[in-house]
Design a protein around this ligand. Sequence first.
Ligand code: SF4
Length: 156
Amino acid sequence: MFNSFEPQVLFQEVPDHISLCFTITGCPLRCKGCHSKDTWPSTAGTHLSDERFNRYLTQYSQYVSCVLFFGGEWCLEALCSKLKKARESGMSTCLYTGLNDVPDTLKSLLTYIKTGPYIRTLGGLENPNTNQRFIELANEQVLNIKFQESSLNATT
Ligand code: SF4
């Protein structure tokens, strides 16, 4: 099963990009303090077939520069086929995963990855103490500082 909610256009989850974001349901990690418990049942949302995904890509391609998946690494084949299509369409790609690492086959289709489970006491990417990492894979550069800066700008 590879279900998603309706996609959203997001501005802050991938630095310097406007992203078309797909939340894939069925996350098996069950982090304490998860803000997205509605995404846990794999039956939530609607099946994201290649056909449905391609339709969204065509619909949004002139408005976005990146395709972002919240989860989905538990359905490797389905996720890889979507990422491949996104890359062929000239998009950057990003995965937010709660895992600390993912298979190389998946990384080879990603421009960016956010790794690490959510740990309430350590916070998210805007927190300097977080366990999570936002990485640009081509040069393995950790870009957490960009999230900390934009969080500071939002509060000043
Ligand atoms: S990885 Fe994300 S969606 Fe999954 S349980 Fe953890 S915080 Fe929730």
